[in-house]
Write a protein that binds this ligand. Structure first.
Ligand SMILES: O=C(O)CCC(=O)C(=O)O
Length: 219
């Protein structure tokens, strides 16, 4: 799946929502997988987030910079082990700026983009993510999403509700997806992971890794 016969095209899925296939070259995928493995070891471990109703999300998550728990950000992982999350590294700010420039073009928005949190999600083949909005951030800056490993169906919807209209996009290893502007609060989710479609050369023989970079707007 990672080596494609025909190049896939960049696509504007909705106003402000752009899919850039194969954006991450293999060496950057491997470096990100290594970084995610290190974050998953601590200071806060990779865990299934528990929702207010008591159910646990099927994906496993670790956060960098700010810790997300339903439905707020904090510096410490009070719903896990109380530890302060890993600092957000400068190189990840640089990666976010490059990603925004690739999606929207190089300009003041990409140069000024300063993500300060990353949600690192690991999906096994049974994991899913329901339709939701990313709305705990006070900043209106775009969300940058990077995918590595198994492909998935990424459902990108509208800003009014979880239902139709939506577009299903196949996100594969190395793909970038950015949503901002009029699409910033669009509902989105992952109804399916395509098991064993992945990218062993990225250092992830099984499963899917998704990293979303965001500006929280918090101090
Ligand atoms: O895994 C994905 O592609 C989406 C992740 C996501 O929606 C989130 O972290 O809020």
């Amino acid at each position: 799946m990672s080596g494609t016969l025909f190049p896939r095209e960049r696509a504007v899925v909705a106003d402000g929502a752009v899919h850039v296939p194969d954006w991450l070259p293999p060496e950057r995928r491997r470096a990100l997988v290594d970084a995610c493995r290190a974050w998953a070891r601590g200071p806060v471990p990779l865990r299934h987030t528990v929702l207010p109703g008591g159910g646990a999300m099927s994906v496993r998550t670790v956060c960098v910079g700010w810790h997300w728990q339903p439905y707020r950000y904090s510096r410490t992982a009070d719903d896990v082990n109380g530890a302060r999350v890993a600092d957000f590294p400068g190189w990840l700010v640089g990666l976010g700026r490059e990603a925004l420039a690739a999606a929207y073009g190089d300009g003041p928005e990409s140069r000024g983009y300063t993500p300060d949190t990353a949600l690192v999600n690991f999906y096994d083949s049974a994991a899913r993510m329901g339709m939701h909005q990313d709305r705990q951030e006070r900043s209106p800056a775009p969300v940058v999403s990077l995918s590595i490993g198994d492909a998935c169906v990424f459902r990108f919807g509208n800003t009014a509700n979880r239902g139709r209209p939506y577009t299903d996009v196949e996100l594969r290893s190395g793909d970038l997806f950015v949503f901002g502007g009029p699409s910033r609060l669009a509902y989105h989710g992952v109804p399916k992971v395509l098991a064993e479609s992945g990218d062993p050369s990225a250092g992830l023989p099984r499963g899917r890794l998704n990293i979303t970079l965001r500006e929280t707007g918090l101090r």
